[in-house]
Design a binder for this molecule. Structure first.
Ligand code: SF4
Length: 139
């Protein structure tokens, strides 16, 4: 069952979509797809694979200018209220590719980022910390 972010404060469940674009996406997959199910359950995180079901978008990896329209379209497809968690140096600032002609220098230039998780790459536990921070922010 899909539970709205509005329920997060009472039932502690939220639907999360991972938009993995490069190496950081592997760490997010490790966190969301089974390595720590008990921690996910404790955080009330419910991974989903469709933008129309997600209230939290996790952007992980290098956001290239070519991919940017797809990132924006994914966000726009999400129902309100919607939140963005940026994971890793690339998504936060462009990371090691900050001076590349083809890389967006931070997804926050086009989407409202609520929490940014640092690292190259962050460990899966850092994603869980980021989700907990987002939970506190919304609460
Ligand atoms: S921040 Fe580092 S690990 Fe993450 S996508 Fe960029 S280069 Fe890869």
């Amino acid at each position: 069952m899909t539970v709205s972010t509005l329920d997060w404060g009472t039932t502690y469940r939220v639907t999360v979509l991972d938009l993995g674009l490069a190496c950081c996406g592997v760490e997010v997959m490790a966190a969301l797809e089974g390595h720590r199910p008990e921690q996910l359950a404790a955080l009330g995180v419910d991974p989903v694979h469709a933008a129309g079901e997600a209230h939290v978008l996790v952007v992980s990896g290098t956001v290239t200018d070519a991919m940017l329209p797809a990132v924006i379209a994914t966000y726009q497809e999400m129902p309100e209220p919607r939140y963005v968690l940026s994971v890793g140096a690339c998504s936060n600032t462009g990371g090691p590719y900050w001076d590349s002609y083809s890389v967006t220098k931070g997804v926050d230039q086009v989407l409202p980022v609520h929490v940014a998780v640092p690292g190259c790459p962050p460990r899966p536990e850092a994603l869980l910390d980021g989700l907990a921070a987002l939970h506190r922010l919304i609460s």
